[in-house]
Structures are given as C-alpha cells and as structure tokens.
Design a protein around this ligand. Structure first.
Ligand SMILES: [Zn+2]
Length: 213
C-alpha cells in the first residue's frame, strides 16, 4: 500500500510541477503537450515518468542536453513521501492541503503569484466542516485580497496571510511559532544579500511539510 501511495504521490508531484511551469509561462494547462522548455521538442511518454525518467536521462534534456531542474526531482520525491503518510480521512485532508499549497509555492517562487482559487480551496479543506466559520472566513479573505491591492508596500503577500491563517486553523496556535521560525530561517539562509523581493510561500510550505513528516 505504501509503495502505491508513493508512486501516486510522485505522479501528483510531477503534475503539480508541470502545471506550475505552465501557469508561470502563461500557457494553457491542457495544450500543447509536454515539451522541453528550451528546445520545445515534444516529450514522448518514456520521458515523462516521475523520478525514473530524470535518472534515465541523467538530469538532461534528451534532445538539447540542457540540464533539467533538480527541483522537479525534489518535488516528485517529496510529494511521493508525503502521500505515504495518508492513513485516514484527517491525514488525507492534510496531505491534499499540503500538495495544493506545494503547487502554489511552485508558481509563487517564479512569478510571486499563484491561482486565487487555492486560497479558497485551502480554506474549505481547513474549516469546510464548519459552514458558518467557513463562510465568515471566505468573506474575510475576499475583503483581505481587495484591501491588499491598495497597499503599496505590504510586509507580507496576501497569499502568505491566507496560508498562515489556514495552517493555524488546521494545526493550532501552538504549532504556529515553530513552523514560522523554521520557514523564516530557511528564507534568511537562502536569501543572502539578494535585494529582490523573495517568495515566502515556498518556505512556509516546505516548513509545513517538514513538520508534518
Ligand atoms: Zn531540450
């Protein structure tokens, strides 16, 4: 069972990575078929297997030999491991929530934005079993998103705030501190002297996955 969950997870990871690349490049999720981002050669099925294809191709495009991003391998393995923790309805819900935010993180790291439906879907997974609270927070989130557009230099993105709220709802206030601390630490270590605004959702998500595992 664990093996099948792992395989299923790696496929989801691979799909999330592909969809995120398409989102950041403004491409349709459905068309054209999978291709190399550099030489645009369409990829046959044997080059689309999670993990296995990366190893078989030795981390390079079969056609133009450009090095493939090791992030895709990392995402496939991580989501594969994440899927193996599914054992009951609660863990299924948490893992779904983590995979969804992983997709948002992959979009955010490149474009500093992600599809807006993730905020609402994440909220549904967090408190969907309590309709009055869910509807109140949907209203709160919508007003928040509207207000954020009129704030010239926000300290955090509105997506970061959504993620922090949902994490607290799922895991409780006592986990908030350690989770935020490890996300900030990872962000600071990798940020260096870079002046550019940094995506924070990838670090929040990675920290959430680490604490869950
Ligand atoms: Zn290529």
């Amino acid at each position: 069972m664990t093996f099948f969950l792992f395989i299923y997870g790696t496929c989801l990871g691979s799909t999330a990575m592909a969809l995120a690349i398409r989102y950041t490049q403004g491409e349709s999720a459905w068309w054209p078929r999978s291709h190399c981002d550099i030489c645009h050669q369409a990829l046959p099925h044997w080059q689309l297997w999670p993990i296995v294809s990366f190893i078989a191709l030795r981390g390079r495009c079969f056609y133009c030999k450009t090095r493939l991003s090791p992030i895709s391998l990392f995402v496939e393995v991580t989501i594969g491991i994440l899927a193996t923790t599914i054992g009951n309805s609660h863990s299924l819900l948490v893992v779904t929530w983590l995979i969804m935010w992983s997709y948002a993180a992959l979009c955010d790291r490149v474009s500093l934005t992600f599809p807006g439906w993730i905020s609402y879907m994440g909220l549904y997974l967090s408190v969907g079993d309590r309709p009055p609270l869910f509807l109140t927070l949907v209203l709160f989130t919508t007003i928040g998103h509207f207000a954020w557009q009129h704030w010239s230099h926000p300290l955090l993105g509105d997506g970061d705030v959504d993620l922090i709220l949902q994490y607290t709802l799922i895991f409780g206030l006592e986990m908030l501190g350690p989770w935020l601390a490890s996300a900030c630490l990872m962000a600071l270590v990798t940020h260096g002297n870079n002046q550019r605004r940094q995506a924070f959702i990838p670090w929040l998500t990675l920290s959430a996955i680490m604490w869950w595992l």
